[in-house]
Design a protein. Structure first.
Length: 157
């Protein structure tokens, strides 16, 4: 299958996780492209006055993973702004993944995932159960592998 991973990160934790997911999917014989959303303008948790300078257009991907950090108990404003550009995810399996520092899913993870899921469902994506990844400083290699394998399993089932 052809897979796109679209992500926003500021600390690098989400991109490191995306690279591990891509590795696991490629090892299972899937073609994977990673797109890191880049911005122009200052981005803070509640900002809207920025532009995404590289909005990938999804065309022939079968599976799509969106990954973003939780900021101030919400999904990154960058990924949420990108969702506004999505036209149609019909026929694509989609998974949303959020990374966060605070413990407990209710400290932003659940809300961020719900808002991302709402956006992908509105775009007609076949939205799979998402994943919340908590890590205070760095996501361990074991945790990255666990998340990547869980994602792969969800897509192939």
């Amino acid at each position: 299958m052809k897979v796109a991973i679209i992500l926003h990160t500021q600390s690098g934790r989400t991109s490191e996780l995306a690279r591990k997911i891509a590795e696991v999917f490629r090892n299972a014989s899937h073609e994977v492209d990673i797109y890191m959303l880049r911005t122009v303008g200052n981005v803070t948790p509640r900002s809207t006055k920025f532009e995404i300078k590289n909005s990938p257009v999804l065309t022939d991907e079968d599976w799509v993973i969106f990954a973003a950090p939780v900021w101030a108990f919400k999904a990154s404003p960058v990924i949420m702004k990108y969702f506004a550009t999505l036209k149609n995810l019909k026929g694509k399996k989609v998974m949303n993944i959020v990374t966060k520092s605070l413990p407990f899913d209710w400290t932003g993870g659940t809300q961020a995932l719900a808002s991302m899921n709402s956006e992908t469902e509105t775009s007609n994506g076949d939205t799979l159960q998402g994943i919340i990844v908590q890590s205070y400083i760095k996501i361990s290699a074991d945790k990255q592998t666990e998340v990547a394998n869980k994602a792969l399993k969800a897509f192939i089932e």
